[in-house]
Design a protein around this ligand. Sequence first.
Ligand SMILES: [Mg+2]
Length: 260
Amino acid sequence: MSHADTDHATPATAAGPFPVEGVLLDIDDTMVDLHRAMDATLRAVARQTGLAVPAELEEQYSLDFSRDPDGFYDRYLAGELDFATQRQYRVRAAHERLGLEPIADLDGWDAVYTAILPTHFTAFDDVVPLLDALDDVGIPYGALSNNVADYQRAKLDRAGLERISVLIGTDTLGVAKPDPAIYVEGARQLGSAPERTLYVGDNPAVDAVGASDAGLVGVWLDRSRAGGRAAVGQGTGSGEVGFTGAVVGSLTDVMQLIAR
Ligand SMILES: [Mg+2]
């Protein structure tokens, strides 16, 4: 089979423009810069609570917490831990791994963290231009995220994205990405056919591959592509994930996938 035949057999992974009826977007690190918000919050909490985090370890501390190598967030999604507990386990593990003094009062730490974090929720610069462009061509959009809807509603509002009215969370159907049902529900709420609905997210596995497996058109947002290389390309299928669909370097590049 030629490469061209493969592309035609799988229109749901085509990188070229096609008739799109709806666009769903991931929230964390796709529309809202959660990594930066967590980083700023961790440093502020350490200062306010008197935790000794040496300056040369601050970046590693933040990376360790946000990357969650122990998978505590997955245990939250699986219903094994509540939301606050997974966060407290993550910071405790980061302290252990970096050899920092243990946090004596994890509940106290958590109270300060949860008070500060929302003040740092901001949207990436390319979100509003994409939403404006979608409004201009009359294509509906929404957010679909692996967290509960009320929490993500507040996050979008804090980030200035009140205009996003369709929001699907893990409590919408009681399932999380990559369960196919959650992506299909997103398309249903937009009123778009799944195979003509883009799902754009920063995680190649649960966003791009997960949505494609559910019958939508998964698009991987790889911000490391922004700038030098071609902004819109196609996954190589290499690596653990093996994604072969469309890859964009910024959210505004998504418009290049839409036939007009
Ligand atoms: Mg994300």
